[in-house]
Design a protein around this ligand. Structure first.
Ligand code: PLP
Length: 398
């Protein structure tokens, strides 16, 4: 018998550079407890607890009935690319044409496509910390080097143009800005954002603006896109998502807006990965963008109520400090050690909370901010009350 060579399990360096998403890991642990019948106060998920609006679901069913189940153009069906432009112009004040849009499977793929199209091995990508968990690993996949710019809790975690200017080196290819921010809820004030854009343009650095939470801003603030500023379009890439805005996380619908040659490069990347976003989901997205927006207002009002309650509840726990999130649906408190004294080890606290109190949170370590916990308030007021009771019990235990 000829000997069969052993298959090597030596994985590719690119895979060894990255981690499984820590937020997904928390989700899986919480699900295991729930499967055992345990009542978990779940502050883990970064997704709306609302169902996808009926009119959007019906559009998908219609698409199925009409057999819209075949491959589509890689960049998305033509009416959807048009609809993204129209919706963005109407709600966020930009002026894009269909050829400057790519429809992707979620905002995450929009980021992946943009970074794959722009970053060479050794290029540096600036990321404001605390940051969304996936940015560093998406940058590392093509061999890029993430470089972090710290933001300060006492400045509400806002990214500052002066710090961007200082962090840029000859190797810097792009800056990722995320406003409203996951995990802090920080919203970069518009004048500061304009200064950040000015720095990027002066220093020849792309500005990749992740605007997935654009429609969840509080206190009557208006959704904002950096693309609405005069002269911005040539140097910014907008990553957008229908996941949060329309409670469509499972549909995997997102988009990017960028100058045409860059969109063409992103289409090239996407043509060798997913080919196209799911056809039926694209028709649902078309309805989301062209149909009524009432459900977005309903969700925003509910998040606003929850935000008030959770921030007050967290601040009432001895030793916990918490900035007021201006957008998205996360609180990002700094937590003490159990018993309320000294600095806490947030990774240990998150494990403890799940095990002892059955409260699911994501440790700040995952976002480059040890000492903090990310608490999603995309859950009912009733569950928030229960979770706050358990958190208070944990931190005040002797
Ligand atoms: N960007 C940020 C800041 C996020 O929080 C998320 C999801 O949690 C995404 C992008 C990706 O969302 P999706 O791929 O579901 O559109």
């Amino acid at each position: 018998m000829p000997t069969v060579p052993e298959v090597s399990l030596h994985l590719a360096d690119a895979v060894n550079r990255i981690h499984i998403s820590p937020t997904m890991a928390v989700l899986m642990e919480a699900e295991k407890l729930k499967a055992r019948g345990i009542d978990v106060a779940d502050f883990g998920p970064g997704e709306p607890d609302f169902p996808t609006p009926e009119h959007i679901k019906r559009a998908a069913i219609r698409a199925l009935d009409e057999n819209r189940t075949k491959y589509t153009p890689t960049g998305g069906i033509a009416p959807l690319r048009e609809a993204v432009c129209e919706w963005h112009a109407k709600n966020l004040g930009s002026a894009y044409q269909a050829k400057e849009v790519i429809v992707t499977s979620g905002g995450k793929l929009a980021l992946f496509n943009a970074i794959s199209a722009l970053v060479n091995p050794g290029d540096e990508v600036l990321i404001a910390a605390p940051y969304w968990v996936s940015y560093p690993d998406i940058v590392k996949l093509p061999g890029g080097t993430p470089k972090f710019i710290s933001t300060r809790e006492d400045e509400n975690f806002c990214l500052r143009a002066a710090d961007v200017d200082k962090a840029i080196t000859p190797k810097t290819r792009l800056l990722i800005a995320n406003s409203p921010n996951n995990p802090t809820g920080a919203v970069i004030p518009q004048d500061e954002f304009a200064r950040i854009l000015e720095v990027c343009q002066r220093r020849g650095v792309w500005l990749l603006s992740d605007e997935c939470y654009s429609h969840f801003v509080y206190g009557g603030a208006k959704p904002f896109s950096i693309a609405s500023l005069p002269g911005a379009k040539d140097s910014v890439i907008i990553a957008g998502s229908l996941s949060k805005t329309f409670a469509m996380t499972g549909w995997r619908m997102g988009y990017a807006l960028a100058p045409e040659p860059l969109i063409a490069a992103m289409i090239k990347v996407q043509s060798q990965t997913i080919s196209n976003s799911t056809s039926i989901a694209q028709y649902a997205a078309l309805e989301a963008l062209r149909g009524p927006m009432d459900s977005v207002g309903v969700m925003l009002a509910e998040y606003e109520r929850r935000r008030k309650r959770i921030i007050a509840g967290l601040r009432a726990i001895p030793g916990v400090t918490c900035t007021e999130p201006q957008g998205a649906f996360y609180a990002f408190p700094k937590v003490p050690a159990r018993g309320g004294k000294g600095a806490g080890d947030s990774a240990q606290i998150a494990r403890d909370l799940l095990e002892k109190e059955h409260v699911a949170v994501v440790p700040g370590d995952a976002f480059g901010a040890p000492g903090h916990l990310r608490i999603s308030y995309a859950t009912s007021l009733e569950r928030i009350e229960e979770g706050l009771r358990r958190l208070t019990h944990y931190f005040t235990a002797a």
